[in-house]
Design a binder for this molecule. Structure first.
Ligand SMILES: *[C@@H]1O[C@H](CO)[C@@H](O)[C@H](O)[C@H]1NC(C)=O
Ligand SMILES: *[C@@H]1O[C@H](CO)[C@@H](O)[C@H](O)[C@H]1NC(C)=O
Length: 279
C-alpha cells in the first residue's frame, strides 16, 4: 500500500520569518505548524569563518557535466563558481563564453537520507536574465521536488516555480496538478520556507501553496544551484553577464532514514525529555 502513502503526501510552500537554532536539540525541532523534526543542518553562510567553511561542513560541490538535449548549451558545474560573495555564499552561472557549456554552480548535501522536512533559505535571486536558481530535493528525475526562480521572469525576485517532477503531462504541457507558480509579494531578500511532509495538521500559515501530486517518497539529497542551458522556454539563457545568487542561510530541519523514531525517542528521553527547539 505504499502508493496510498504517496497520494497522501504533500509538499507545502509558505513563507515565514525563521529563527536560527544551532544549539543542541536532543528532542528535535518544533516548527510553527506543530511538526517535530528530529535532525537539522543549519548553514549560516554569513558566519565569520566564511561561507565556504559552512559549505565544507555539510555540503558537496558538484563538478559534473550535464548535456542538455533541449538547450543550446551544456551545463558544466565548476567548483570556482561556488564562492565567497558579499559576506555570504555566491552561486554563479558565468557569462557564456561560447564554449558549448555554461559554467554553473551547485552544492548538494553530504547526506542523501533526508525523508520529509522543513527547509528554509534566505537569498537574493540573480538579476541577470537567463539562469535558473534552484532550491530542491533530489534523488532521481521522478523523485524530485523543485523550487526554482527564473531570472528572465519580469518579477524574477518574487516568483517561485514549484514542481514535483515530472511536472509535465505526456504531451509536454505543464501538469497543473504537479507544478504551480507562487508569487511572494514585495520580496527583495527572499525568505523561502518549504515543507515536505504528510498531510496531517494542515498548516495554518497564510500564503500556503500545496502540491499533492508526484510527491517524492524516497530518501533524498537537498540541492542548491544556479545554471543555464540556453533553452528558449525555461532558463532562456545563456546569460551574457555573470549571474549570481547570494545565499545568506539554509536551514534544513528533517527526519532521515538513518536516525529512527525509536532511537531519537531514546536519546530525547536520556536528555530528560527537554522541550524541542522552536524553529
Ligand atoms: C517551447 O515551447 C513551445 C510551445 O510549447 C514548443 O513548441 C517549443 O518546441 C518549445 N521550445 C523548446 C526549445 O523546447
Ligand atoms: C518526524 O519525526 C518525528 C519524531 O520522531 C515524528 O513525530 C514525525 O511524525 C515525523 N514526521 C514525518 C513527516 O514523518
Amino acid at each position: 500500500m505504499a502508493s496510498l502513502v504517496l497520494l497522501n503526501s504533500l509538499l507545502a510552500v509558505f513563507f515565514a520569518s525563521s529563527t536560527v537554532s544551532a544549539q543542541s536539540c536532543p528532542c528535535g525541532y518544533r516548527d510553527s505548524s506543530g511538526h517535530t523534526w528530529r535532525e537539522a543542518i543549519v548553514s549560516t553562510f554569513t558566519q565569520d569563518a566564511g561561507a565556504l567553511a559552512a559549505v565544507d561542513a555539510d555540503w558537496i560541490i558538484a563538478t559534473d557535466h550535464e548535456d542538455q538535449p533541449t538547450g543550446t548549451a551544456a551545463i558544466q558545474y565548476v567548483a570556482a563558481n561556488v564562492m565567497e560573495f558579499q559576506d555570504a555564499l555566491g552561486l554563479k552561472a558565468s557569462a557564456y563564453d561560447g564554449s558549448g557549456s555554461v559554467k554553473s554552480a551547485e552544492i548538494f548535501t553530504q547526506r542523501s537520507d533526508i525523508l520529509y522536512g522543513s527547509f528554509r533559505m534566505q537569498a537574493q535571486v540573480p538579476s541577470v536574465p537567463g539562469v535558473v536558481f534552484g532550491f530542491f530535493t533530489y534523488i532521481t528525475e521522478t523523485q524530485e521536488q523543485d523550487i526554482e526562480f527564473l531570472s528572465s521572469d519580469v518579477d524574477y525576485y518574487q516568483r517561485l516555480h514549484y514542481t514535483n517532477q515530472p511536472g509535465q503531462l505526456q504531451n509536454s504541457d505543464p501538469d497543473p496538478d504537479a507544478a504551480k507558480d507562487v508569487v511572494i509579494p514585495g520580496a527583495d531578500l527572499l525568505a523561502v520556507h518549504v515543507q515536505w511532509r504528510t498531510p496531517t495538521n494542515h498548516p495554518s500559515e497564510q500564503s500556503t501553496t500545496i502540491i499533492t501530486k508526484n510527491v517524492p517518497t524516497t530518501p533524498s539529497e537537498f540541492v542548491l544551484n544556479v545554471w543555464s542551458n540556453g533553452d528558449a522556454n525555461f532558463s532562456k539563457g545563456p546569460p551574457t553577464a555573470d549571474a549570481i545568487a547570494t545565499v545568506h542561510y539554509v536551514h534544513l530541519y528533517f527526519n532521515s532514514t538513518t536516525l529512527s523514531a525509536a532511537t531519537f525517542a531514546s536519546a530525547c528521553s536520556a536528555a530528560g525529555n527537554v522541550a524541542p527547539c522552536s524553529i
